[in-house]
Ligand binder design. Structure first.
Ligand SMILES: C[S@@+](CC[C@H](N)C(=O)[O-])C[C@H]1O[C@@H](n2cnc3c(N)ncnc32)[C@H](O)[C@@H]1O
Length: 230
């Protein structure tokens, strides 16, 4: 009787003891577990894991990292809509980490060229590493509000989610104009809510919206060309 009472009284304590001991010492673990702990204590110090780049905000994403993000942006559909021909020269203004740069590089092929610009040094450094094997990509630092493109040679200039950073969209678009090849186009894509200020600036800078792709889930994608002088 006394024994039974003692067992009953001791159960809560025993449970507490087991929980504390398991959590702190591992003494109540199965033998295999304890062996693993002893072995890991003896194991040589492992080389640190390769450094993972810290998240960098405001510079866009990298395709393949976040499926939901890619579903929203539809990079393959965007590139198809840009209508790039092999051998063309294109610019990716505000390329960030190069969300579109790699696909642009594939689209222009070995005889074409992609010039990717940004103002952010860390983004530029990461992008350079990502495209180091691609001979048809030039990564270039730009000054804010200065496109930094050669005159007369770009078949397509892409501005993807960058125009809201510009201090004056119309001025920047005006400065882009000399870089266009004859019949060159500017493609602008951003979230749909960002379309009105871009269109107003484009008109002020002497461009017309010559075509538009409306198939993207969240983004507009439109094409600008200079309005012909009368
Ligand atoms: C939101 S990210 C967009 C990145 C990529 N284009 C995309 O679609 O995911 C905007 C990028 O534009 C860059 N940027 C801002 N102002 C710029 C300017 N005046 N010229 C070039 N790049 C600029 C930022 O540093 C940033 O990397």
């Amino acid at each position: 009787m006394t024994r039974m009472r003692a067992q009953t009284v001791s159960r809560p304590w025993a449970g507490y003891c087991i929980a504390v001991v398991m959590a702190t010492s591992g003494a109540c673990r199965p033998e295999s577990d304890k062996t693993e702990r002893r072995e890991s204590a003896r194991a040589p110090v492992q080389a640190p894991a390769p450094e993972q780049p810290a998240p960098l905000h405001g510079v866009g994403g990298v395709e393949g990292v976040d499926a939901a993000y890619d579903r929203g942006r539809q990079p393959a559909r965007v590139i198809a809509a840009l209508g790039i021909a092999p051998g063309q020269r294109v610019a990716d203004i505000g390329a960030g980490l190069g969300y579109f740069t790699l696909r642009l590089s594939d689209a222009v092929g070995p005889k074409g060229q992609v010039v990717s610009t940004d103002i952010n040094d860390e983004a530029l450094e990461r992008l350079r590493k990502r495209v180091s094997e691609r001979k048809n990509v030039v990564v270039r630092k730009a000054a804010p509000d200065v496109p930094g493109l050669e005159a007369g040679t770009y078949h397509l200039i892409l501005l993807s989610e960058v125009d809201h950073f510009l201090s004056d969209r119309a001025t920047f678009l005006t400065r882009l104009r000399p870089a266009l090849a004859p019949d060159g186009r500017i493609a602008v894509t951003h979230l749909r809510a960002m379309r009105p200020p871009l269109v107003a600036a484009a008109q002020a800078a002497g461009y017309a919206v010559v075509s538009e792709d409306t198939s993207l889930p969240d983004h507009y994608l439109l094409f600008l060309q200079p309005v012909a002088s009368p």
